[in-house]
Design a protein around this ligand. Structure first.
Ligand code: ADP
Length: 548
């Protein structure tokens, strides 16, 4: 016997319809490319998203067509999220930090018919368009007619103005109903391990992820919150903020392109931001700015951090110096992205050091997703907080195959997705990533966690950023090499830095040498690019040994 409850397909457009109807006056504030501040409301945005659906129809877009975006976080990017997916087409967010070659590759691979782009990307678009195999019909620049920059494209690709098209469209579009399993968004992994691969989210997966993200134990957004997604909307749907905030009636503050500490501080204070989400590099930059300038964040209560491991020193510093809670999350493009969340709790009788270690772990699986660790033969490993293994997940918003591949082809025979991360899980279910599989350092047959060594380095005074990579070694195969960026105006003594590891890790974990750099290379998603560092410093110890 079936239940007798209503059934409505889980469709993304229902989020903006809800926000427009029940939180219509709640704001979306955007810092635009020219530095101006733009304000709109959910009610107005929903009307503009319907207008956009008309524009898309006028440009020949049909359900299931792919429409690309190349844009910073702004109200226009929100309109694209809802207008494109809402009419049944697929919103393909392209990462502008990728090379023109990769951008051309993914536009072709996705078969995008249109590209909506911010005006700051004209050089990238010209370079990528020259390499395109075909299929792209037009580039629509997100601008008013007065703001249109010159853009030289190959014949067959038109250049159009977003606001001119919007002006000419009407608002009579009615959000359609269709199967909730229909594809809504497409996001490519940043290709740190080869060509980018497309992850194709469905309306259903996005809706379930949104509900899970809004649980009190996770983002827990609510009316009155003012949410600033520092993480770009082209990085795994901005970790879902553009869905989670309107669904709960929380305001959105879109930072645009300037994500340095000073710009972020100014906007957070001006717009009374309460919650924000971003990668560690951004929060390290913010912390450095606050310390140097003496400024404070007047309204921010929580910073959500993920994308790379959060150094415990960052959690401690924001808490002690600024009264702000840092909440650590783990996920990936293939998991929409939320997989685990370390909800802040206090445990009776726990000392401060143990509490900090616990808070720095990546957290428990959120409801709707399951995880396990397995050995190389696929046998499940114990949750003892010590045994490390390959992390696997399954759930409602975990990818089953990459775009263009056979259904289920990204899964193990028993239906799990292998994340490419090495992790431990404590008896109470708190997971800790010890490394990406390809970053693990194998020294004389023992595994050394690069993340743990980096966390210890950034806790040292004078260290702004640190990376530990596997350097080739004649005797041990690989040994850890510590690469650090000193804080502005500080001198670092390598011997003292290495001495700081004593007593914190087994002696054989202590890096063999320290390299100082003025800055570390970052990937297209703002993470330290260990691939680049390995290319440059893989033979550092061998060369040094030869020189000695
Ligand atoms: P890419 O880094 O290739 O752009 P993703 O953004 O999908 O792709 O990154 C997913 C990976 O980022 C995870 O598999 C994991 O290695 C790493 N990651 C994400 N969050 C965390 C975290 N909180 N701690 C450690 N690693 C993390």
């Amino acid at each position: 016997m079936f239940g007798l409850m209503q059934e409505h397909p889980l469709l993304v457009a229902s989020i903006i319809q809800h926000a427009a109807r029940h939180h219509g006056q709640t704001e979306i504030v955007s810092r635009l490319l020219d530095g101006a501040t733009h304000r709109t409301t959910y009610a107005a945005m929903e009307r503009r998203a319907r207008r956009l659906a008309r524009v898309l129809q006028g440009l020949g877009i049909r359900p299931h067509d792919r429409v690309a975006t190349l844009a910073w976080n702004s109200f226009r990017h929100m309109e694209l999220y809802y207008g494109i997916s809402g009419m049944g087409a697929i919103c393909h967010t392209v990462n502008p930090r990728l090379s023109p070659d990769d951008v051309a590759y993914i536009l072709d691979h996705a078969g995008d018919a249109l590209l909506f782009a911010d005006t700051s990307f004209t050089a990238l678009i010209e370079a990528a368009a020259a390499k395109l195999a075909g299929g792209l019909r037009a580039v629509v620049l997100l601008a008013t007619p007065e703001q249109m920059p010159p853009l030289a494209l190959p014949p067959g690709i038109a250049v159009l103005c977003y606001e001119t098209l919007m002006e000419a469209a009407d608002e009579t579009f009615v959000w359609p109903h269709f199967d909730e399993r229909t594809a809504a968004n497409l996001c490519y992994t940043s290709g740190t391990t080869g060509r980018p691969k497309g992850v194709l989210y469905s309306h259903r997966s996005i809706m379930l992820h949104t509900m899970a993200e809004n649980a009190a134990a996770v983002f827990g957004l609510r009316p009155g919150d003012r949410v600033m997604p520092v993480v770009p909307m082209f990085h795994v749907n901005g970790w879902g903020s553009a869905y989670a905030a309107p669904s709960m009636g929380a305001a959105l503050v879109m930072p645009g392109r300037h994500l340095d500490g000073a710009s972020v501080t100014r906007l957070m204070n001006e717009e009374r931001v309460t919650v924000s989400a971003g990668v560690p590099t951004v929060w390290l930059g913010l912390l450095a700015h606050l310390r140097a300038s003496g400024e404070r964040l007047a309204t921010v209560r929580r910073l959500i951090i993920g994308g790379s491991a959060c150094p415990p020193a960052l959690i401690e510093a924001f808490d002690r110096e600024y009264g702000i809670t840092v909440e650590h999350a783990w996920g990936m493009t293939e998991t929409s992205p939320l997989g685990t969340f370390n909800t802040p709790i206090d445990l009776a009788g726990e000392d401060a050091a143990a509490a900090l270690r616990r808070k720095a772990r990546q957290g428990r699986a959120i409801f709707g997703l399951d995880m396990r660790i397995v050995d190389d033969e696929g046998r499940e490993l114990p949750w003892d907080g010590v045994t490390s293994g390959n992390l696997q997940v399954r759930g409602h918003w975990v990818c089953s195959a990459y775009y263009g591949d056979a259904p289920g082809s990204a899964l193990t025979g028993d239906g799990w997705f292998t994340c490419g991360d090495v992790a431990t899980i404590s008896p109470d279910g708190n997971m800790e990533i010890t490394d990406r599989s390809k970053d693990v350092i194998k020294s004389g047959g023992e595994w050394i966690s690069s993340i743990l060594l980096e966390n210890i380095a950034v806790a040292q005074p004078g260290v702004a950023e640190a990376a530990v990579i596997a350097a080739a070694h004649p005797k041990w195969d690989e040994r850890p090499l510590l690469i650090v960026v000193p804080r502005a105006g500080t001198e670092i003594d390598p011997a003292a830095l290495l001495a700081g590891y004593r007593g914190q890790v087994p002696n054989y974990w202590i890096p063999d040498a320290v390299v100082m750099l003025e800055e570390l290379p970052h990937s297209a998603t703002g993470k330290i690019s260990k691939l680049d560092l390995r290319r440059r410093f893989r033979d550092y110890l061998l060369t040094r040994a030869a020189d000695d």
